[in-house]
Design a protein around this ligand. Structure first.
Ligand code: IMP
Ligand code: MG
Length: 171
């Protein structure tokens, strides 16, 4: 049984400030390009919603779902929204990069099957101590310790996604 920690890792204000910084960086780097923010459900929801509204200029979005792991591999990638990604500059929006397995699988899938022009990764959180596969991270909100983080889209057994701040659960 896990319970919510009493402490806060990052406050709502700290998150919003960092998301604004990322948005400014992204809009500069992608200026003049036709780019698509490709969010991984469900964890990306608050982050994607805040980030896209802080980016000035045109930006498109796509949403995907990645089914849970079978034998250490992701069984399926499902595009929730119809979106042609061929020839597009795609920025993957993830809640947290932990082992790196999800992002590694997704990048390979997009490269081989979708004919994207470029693929970059933007993750709100990065847990470097947990990494098993080396993956490129182009935009990172915060590095976090090796704990089970919840809030702002991240869940523990589907709970706590609605917290506006980031915290963790403990035994
Ligand atoms: P991966 O291990 O990098 O493939 O991460 C897989 C997925 O596990 C992430 O996209 C998250 O949805 C979830 N995850 C990993 N670490 C945490 C955590 O600390 N809290 C909540 N979800 C997590
Ligand atoms: Mg996820």
């Amino acid at each position: 049984m896990m319970k919510l920690a009493s402490g806060i890792l990052f406050t709502e204000k700290q998150i919003q400030q960092r998301v604004l910084e990322l948005a400014r960086q992204i809009e500069t780097d992608y200026e003049g390009k036709e780019f698509v923010l490709c969010g991984i459900l469900k964890g990306c929801i608050p982050f994607l919603a805040d980030l896209m509204r802080k980016i000035r200029g045109d930006v498109k979005i796509a949403l995907i779902e990645m089914k849970s792991m079978v034998d250490g591999k992701h069984a399926e990638i499902k595009f929730t929204t119809e979106m042609k990604l061929d020839g597009k500059d795609v920025l993957v929006i993830e809640d947290i990069v932990d082992t790196g397995i999800t992002i590694d699988y997704l990048i390979k899938h997009l490269e081989t099957e979708k004919g994207t022009k470029s693929i970059k990764v933007c993750t709100l959180l990065d847990k470097p101590e947990a990494r098993k596969i080396d993956v490129p991270i182009h935009y990172r909100g915060f590095a976090v310790p090796n704990r089970f983080i919840v809030g702002y889209g991240l869940d523990y057994e589907e709970s706590y996604r609605n917290l506006p701040y980031l915290t963790w659960v403990e035994p």
